[in-house]
Ligand binder design. Structure first.
Ligand SMILES: [Zn+2]
Length: 755
């Protein structure tokens, strides 16, 4: 791609095997290319986007007000004055021949120059990655859609593990089902304004969200005797749309749907102030959408008291009594909603408390963590932090490359890769805690961690959907869509986070074997932790995809359930990361589901998971990787034998159920596995939901034009006017080509809606 310079630099200037390895490895990811074109930053893009819908599909997206000035832009201008002329000539020569490089200036800023202007042999750290992470500099402030109000306060929760196990709630049978009265009979004490729902779409973002002074709360306290709770959710990952006071200590709560949709209420995270100690409060969330929930089998909400954190160092804990999850029987024929109700006694008067569906883990939490890694002189040597891309709102999606220096280029080349990611679904903060546990371990000086870094290259995308996490969505990105149904997308600008992840993995596969892909999720209906994998039909690898999950269940027997694992590739899951990566050639491609609740296994039976439990899973993944790759194949073969026995038992069971004898001799392994396994998928899924919301109108319009064009096709062309029309139509056809894939989605959606 850059033959002349590459050869020269390699032969003469990179004697260090690690530099040599990194050079070859990272060149796939823009290390030497400095792809800025992919990061839309300029107002020009916005202009094009507004005025020419053709660019909607390939051009940039969204206005980016308040973007921090890009140091690279300045560097680009300064660069030619400081490079030595032989190198310059060489680059010019190469760039004339190369289609890969649009500008020769981009590549060579990676070379260091000494004071005489000579090229020095070492490579500079990629600049744009560390501009956010200087020890003195601030973090990249989260960017919000401009409709979102955000309070100025910074929230922080301490990390804490309860000393005693937190048991599931045991229903008494006397739990009250409060009647939902609504705001007509109550008082609205908190309400978000102008929240974008279905029918609108994301246009632009800004640090700090909506401009100007944000709205005061709906109520002001009338004096010290006023017991009204003060609600707030306008902070990172916060979700509460409305609170209605229906009695002195009773509140009805409405959750905010995912932005630009009318769906996906589940994640909640809000603050209450002005608490009273000796009272029983009742909260009822009234607009949940899932018929089933872990709250029906003992899960309790999480509560955090700021005073307890300050004075007793106590953090998030499971709280609540009289917990019920039930259908709200509405008589107006509208959509059915589900309610979650619980009661609580606050620990202190005049306290600030928080409630959440699960332990929050925000974008800022991630950035603080990455900052500590970048500033750690040991960790930063084997963990390289990069920008994978920017999200729709312009937030950075981070990519970590973790591996030890190799002694020889051959050793470096022989390393296999492992890809891990989390938070494609923003409301599943479980994934972040597992990821944190993984990173804590792999970046540690434990001999096992060092060994893993010796034999693997880890590619980690710790937060795939930062926008969703920031705004407090449950499932979607700002395109109003579930990203984990769009991994096949060609719409790079609409789904940048997953487009770039897939592209990164594609390049990784060209370079080396990817032994394992795993995307961390949360599950709202089942307890324990388990994996979804993909059934391999190749006889050579028969049952191999089940070995890693089985080993994991042996290493974490009181948390991980092999029994709950599923290896089906369903049609509706074709767009998931798991299936797409599997089809790209990764045999061990998994979704890790970890419950919002707790365990039903072993010593942890009937207790909620803590953050420590989830973090330990990150460690168990590492531990299991070592078992899985052990040069002594005994464990692997034992697992395979066990899997065959398990399967045989399953087959026996099925045949018995059907009232047939089993007479298969040695050929039982030819049976299609998916016929045997339970057809009730344990999946926590939503179906593919079509084009990003901002493209729906465009697609409809283009479809119309396509139809019109087809009707007129047979007419003979004669006049200039007609030729002009033809020219116009050709343009339309080009547009259609661009949207073809997208239109297919649209059509699918259309038909599935019709049913
Ligand atoms: Zn998920």
């Amino acid at each position: 791609m850059f033959p002349a310079l590459e050869t020269e630099v390699k032969q003469e200037s990179l004697p260090d095997p690690y530099e040599d390895f990194m050079y070859h490895h990272l060149q796939y990811y823009g290390y030497f290319k400095g792809h800025r074109g992919s990061l839309p930053t300029s107002a020009t893009h916005q202009h094009v986007w507004k005025n020419n819908p053709r660019y909607l599909l390939s051009g940039s997206f969204g206005e980016r007000q308040g973007m921090v000035p890009d140091p690279l832009q300045k560097e680009k201008l300064l660069w030619p004055t400081c490079i030595s002329s032989p190198v310059h000539r060489q680059i010019e020569a190469v760039s004339r021949d190369s289609l890969m490089l649009s500008s020769p200036l981009l590549k060579s800023r990676q070379l260091l120059h000494d004071e005489f202007g000579e090229v020095s042999p070492c490579l500079r750290e990629p600049r744009d990655l560390f501009t956010f992470f200087s020890s003195s500099g601030p973090l990249q402030a989260p960017r919000w859609p401009i409709e979102c109000e955000v309070i100025k306060e910074n929230l922080h929760h301490i990390e804490w593990v309860p000393p005693q196990p937190e048991y599931f709630y045991q229903p008494t049978g006397n739990e009250k089902l409060p009647e939902i009265v609504g705001e007509e009979k109550g008082t609205v004490v908190f309400q978000l304004d102008s929240v974008p729902t279905g029918g609108s779409y994301f246009t632009s973002s800004r640090v700090g969200g909506k401009r100007g002074i944000i709205k005061e709360l709906a109520v002001t306290l009338q004096g010290p005797e006023d017991k009204t709770l003060l609600f707030e959710s306008r902070f990172e990952s916060g979700n509460l749309q409305k609170a209605v006071r229906v009695d002195t200590y009773e509140y009805e709560l409405t959750l905010r749907t995912d932005l630009y949709t009318n769906k996906h209420t589940q994640w909640f995270y809000f603050r209450v102030q002005n608490t009273r100690k000796d009272a029983t409060y009742r909260f009822t969330i009234v607009n949940l959408l899932k018929p089933k929930s872990l709250y029906t089998i003992g899960m309790k909400p999480l509560m955090y008291s700021q005073l307890d954190a300050k004075t007793h160092n106590i953090g998030w804990r499971r709280e609540g009594n009289e917990i019920r999850y039930y259908k709200n029987n509405r008589d107006d024929g509208q959509q059915a909603f589900y309610c979650l109700t619980w009661t609580i006694q606050f620990p202190h008067d005049q306290d600030t408390c928080f409630f959440a569906h699960f332990y929050p883990y925000t974008y800022t939490d991630l950035q603080c963590y990455l900052l500590s890694v970048a500033n750690n002189p040991v960790q930063s040597r084997f963990c390289k932090l990069r920008t994978l891309c920017r999200s729709l709102a312009g937030n950075t999606v981070y990519l970590l490359t973790i591996t030890n220096p190799s002694r020889t280029p051959q050793e470096a080349a022989a390393k296999k890769a492992v890809v891990l990611s989390a938070r494609v679904h923003p409301g599943e903060s479980n994934g972040s805690w597992i990821m944190k546990g993984f990173l804590d371990f792999i970046l540690s000086n434990s001999p096992d961690a060092q060994l893993l870094r010796d034999i693997f290259v880890f590619k980690v995308v710790p937060m795939l959907n930062p926008d969703g996490v920031i705004v407090g969505n449950y499932r979607c990105s700002l395109a109003g869509r579930d990203l984990n149904r769009h991994y096949k997308t060609i719409l790079k600008e609409s789904f940048p986070c997953i487009w770039y992840t897939r592209n990164m993995i594609k390049r990784l596969l060209e370079e080396r074997e990817v032994l394992l892909y795993c995307d961390f999720h949360g599950h709202s209906r089942k307890n324990n932790i388990f994996l979804y994998g993909c059934n391999n039909n190749d006889r050579k690898y028969w049952l191999h995809e089940r070995v890693f999950p089985l080993m994991l269940s042996k290493n974490a027997p009181d948390k991980f359930s092999f029994h709950s694992c599923n290896f089906k590739v369903q049609k509706c899951k074709e767009g998931t990361g798991r299936v797409v990566m599997w089809r790209m050639g990764i045999l061990n491609s998994y979704t890790m589901e970890s419950t919002f609740g707790g365990s039903t296994l072993g010593n942890k039976r009937d207790t909620h998971f803590t953050t420590e439990d989830l973090k330990s899973l990150g460690y168990h993944v590492c531990d299991t990787l070592l078992d899985f790759c052990d040069p002594d194949r005994t464990k692997f073969m034992q697992c395979l034998t066990e899997l065959k026995e398990l399967l045989q038992q399953e087959i026996h069971k099925k045949f018995n159920e059907l009232g047939q004898d089993m007479d298969l001799e040695g050929s039982w392994s030819d049976i299609c596995l998916s016929d045997i396994e339970s057809s009730t998928s344990g999946s926590d899924s939503s179906l593919s939901d079509g084009l990003p919301v901002h493209l729906l109108n465009v697609a409809d319009e283009l479809n119309q034009k396509k139809k019109m064009y087809k009707k007129k096709k047979k007419k003979l062309l004669q006049t200039r006017k007609q030729r002009n029309e033809q020219y116009q139509k050709n343009n339309w056809m080009q547009e259609l080509k661009l949207t073809e894939d997208a239109l297919k989605f649209r059509e699918c959606q259309f038909f599935s809606d019709e049913k």
